[in-house]
Design a protein around this ligand. Structure first.
Ligand code: SIN
Length: 553
């Protein structure tokens, strides 16, 4: 097994001393499906729940989810079949017990979301309308507003939060770092709030538990489907507090992200896999359908297979993107089923009713994150994680389409089941022994460039070594200004280094991790996980063997 050097990064974020203090029983960090579900379920179980979110309530990734939420709800479908598809997509790296929880509790969790007021689409007979996406052998994706599933779920959850005045919400609040008690567990959290009055600037929330639901890390790369808030903050906060991060190398690149030109940066428009689920197909610049023969499911193969096929074709033919052909779906179908995508494409000068859509893979989802058990507990007492920030084990090396909203929903319900009985007393934080530091915000662009070139969809040892070297330098470049840009960039560097190291050490190709120098999956050498831990700014990585999990369940 190869090894990686220990890395030095800031042990905590350099920040002013807290200028205000408040208390809560539970602080939920993040306001997507995972965070709001946890808050709503906990509100009657503990005295005070505080939700903090970096922007406004609806600014996270949930809002942007198009395809839908997967659950065995259709006639003839079973949790077992959903489990098999999930394990196969996960390429041997899933935690089978976690997948079983996901698929068996999923249908009830979705029904509960409906009871809460989420308006999913129905067919003319009044039955829930279910579609198919990559890697699924059944129609099992519930959707809303055609392609606005996340927005509808977010709307329903915010409406429920507005009816729950006992939940306090603080918007524009960046989680800076955890405050730790004598036993190494949670004593609170420091926040930076762009507010007014008493809650402005850096403050401390003393609390008995923290639920991280702060989403992913897409802004590590130049192009991503993630919104601007996805800067890996929750993962970095957890790592600095002693939590284990697992499976960071498994970053999923969505195959069909609208290509807006090589200079386009940040959040890019997603063309949902559901468009292929409804019959669209990929073609190259000669009009040839290239997914047939690559996989039995052709254009609906698991996401990693399609992303790789597109990249291969791009490299072989020296083109910056491929094309999605959905013209035959027709104007009426497009308007009814995919109104959001249609409007987005048209706003970029492409009419999918008459034109091919230019598409290329871009960063979409972090399958890894804060390692949790089946109840969302991290290894840090009082710290829980759910949704994209977490690594519950359900996604393995490649998340199955539309399993992410479901994961947030199911595991937040589970956290709310166990957390109240496990609440710690309110403990006084110890003087923080960690060495503070900050990376300047101006290096973000350089970081994204190197991550995209060398730690992106296609990886090799030389590129990864270059990336590790540069990131090492960036991690020790001191910042002059203490501001949100520097805090976020420090988090991005911290997570990028860990991600690059895990990608370097995994000398095989598995799921969304694609090594051109090690093109085969290697179950002898690499069945298992890379876990990253940090102590006062020194992060180390270790391999934890575990048998591959994609045999017959
Ligand atoms: C999509 O609509 O293609 C994305 C769904 C997902 O990421 O699960």
């Amino acid at each position: 097994m190869p090894s990686a050097p220990a890395r030095r990064v800031p042990g905590r974020l350099l920040a002013p001393e807290p200028g205000w203090t408040t208390t809560a029983d539970v602080v939920v960090v993040g306001s997507g499906i995972a965070g709001l579900t946890a808050a709503l379920r906990l509100r009657n179980e503990v005295d005070k729940v505080l939700v903090v979110t970096k922007d406004v309530l609806a600014a996270g990734s949930t809002q942007w989810a198009q395809g839908g939420i997967a659950a065995a709800l259709g006639p003839g479908d079973t949790p077992h079949e959903h489990e098999v598809d999930t394990l196969v997509a996960g390429a041997g790296a899933c935690d089978r017990a976690a997948v079983e929880v996901l698929v068996t509790e999923g249908p009830d969790a979705v029904r509960e979301l409906i009871a809460l007021g989420t308006n999913f689409d129905h067919d003319p007979n009044g039955e829930l309308s279910l579609t198919r996406e990559g890697g699924h052998h059944r129609d099992r994706i519930a959707h809303a507003g055609g392609d606005a599933t996340g927005a509808e779920i977010q709307r329903a959850l915010i409406a429920a939060i507005e009816q729950a005045p006992e939940i306090e919400v603080v918007e524009h609040a960046l989680a800076v770092d955890l405050l730790l008690a004598e036993d190494g567990g949670v004593a609170g959290l420091t926040l930076h709030v762009m507010g007014e009055g008493q809650r402005d600037g850096v403050g401390a929330v003393l609390c008995r538990a923290v639920v991280l639901a702060s989403g992913g890390l897409g802004q590590v790369f130049e192009q991503t489907t993630n919104p601007a808030v996805s800067t890996g903050d929750g993962m970095a906060v957890a790592l600095r507090a002693g939590a284990v991060l697992r499976d960071l190398e498994f970053v999923q690149f969505h195959p069909t992200v609208m290509y807006l030109g090589s200079e386009s940066r940040g959040q890019q428009p997603l063309i949902s896999e559901a468009v292929r689920g409804e019959g669209a197909f990929l073609v190259d610049w000669d009009g040839e359908r290239f997914m047939q023969g690559v996989h039995e499911l052709a254009d609906l193969a698991p996401r990693d297979v399609v992303a790789k096929a597109i990249m291969r074709r791009m490299l072989d033919t020296d083109h910056p993107h491929m094309w999605l052909d959905a013209r035959h779906l027709g104007a009426e179908f497009w308007e009814r089923r995919f109104p959001t995508i249609l409007a987005t494409c048209r706003s970029h000068g492409v009419d999918p009713v008459t034109d091919l859509i230019p598409v290329a893979p871009a960063c979409h989802y972090a399958s890894g994150g804060v390692r949790t058990d089946l109840w969302g507990r991290s290894n840090v007492p009082g710290l829980y994680a759910t949704g994209e920030v977490a690594c519950s084990g359900v996604h393995g090396a490649n998340r199955l389409a539309s399993n992410s909203l479901l994961e947030g929903l199911v595991f937040s319900r589970r956290i709310a089941t166990v957390l109240p009985a496990e609440l710690r007393p309110l403990l006084w934080p110890v003087t923080d022994p960690r060495t503070p530091g900050l990376v300047p915000g101006v290096v973000r662009r350089e970081l994204q460039e190197v991550m995209t070139s060398h730690v992106g969809v296609l990886r090799n040892a030389d590129g990864l070594a270059d990336a590790g070297g540069l990131l090492d330098k960036l991690a020790t470049a001191g910042a002059e200004a203490i501001d949100q840009e520097s805090w976020e960039t420090t988090n991005l560097v911290t997570i990028s280094l860990a991600l690059a190291d895990a990608a370097t050490l995994r000398e095989e190709t598995r799921g969304s991790h694609w090594r051109e120098d090690f093109p085969e999956r290697d179950d002898v050498g690499f069945a298992g996980h890379f876990d990253v831990v940090m102590s006062d700014g020194t992060s180390t990585i270790a391999f934890v063997p575990e048998p591959a999990s994609d045999g017959a369940p």
